[in-house]
Design a protein. Structure first.
Length: 115
């Protein structure tokens, strides 16, 4: 998304954050626990490096799938760090968190909300 809509000049960084974080949290009933940086929220943060260039490949992604619909696409921009509840989970593309350290987030039933 970042490659096409931010680098492509369609939206700015604030709208990118709304589209990928704040709005989904609202739609799934997780806001304000998720989707914002505020007192009482979980404090999950992605530190984004807009200058990183990488090529997407099923051999390098962090999923248990053997293919990618974006295979071979070169993109600019990637997460440098992912921090959850004060702990670094991803550093320079490598998962460094503890196995089983996540917490299941109970969501509310889907309901249209004012975005």
């Amino acid at each position: 998304m970042y490659e096409r809509i931010v680098n492509g000049g369609i939206v700015g960084l604030n709208q990118f954050v709304a589209l990928t974080s704040t709005n989904p949290a609202k739609l799934f009933g997780l806001f304000p626990r998720k989707g914002t940086i505020a007192v009482g929220s979980d404090g999950d943060i992605v530190v984004w490096d807009p200058k990183t260039t990488r090529t997407i490949s099923a051999t390098t992604h962090h999923m248990k799938a053997d293919n990618s619909i974006f295979e071979g696409m070169t993109v600019h921009g990637a997460p440098r760090y992912v921090i959850s509840r004060g702990r670094v989970l991803v550093k320079d593309g490598a998962y460094v968190g503890e196995t089983g350290g996540g917490i299941r987030q109970k969501s509310a039933p889907f309901r249209p909300v004012q975005l």
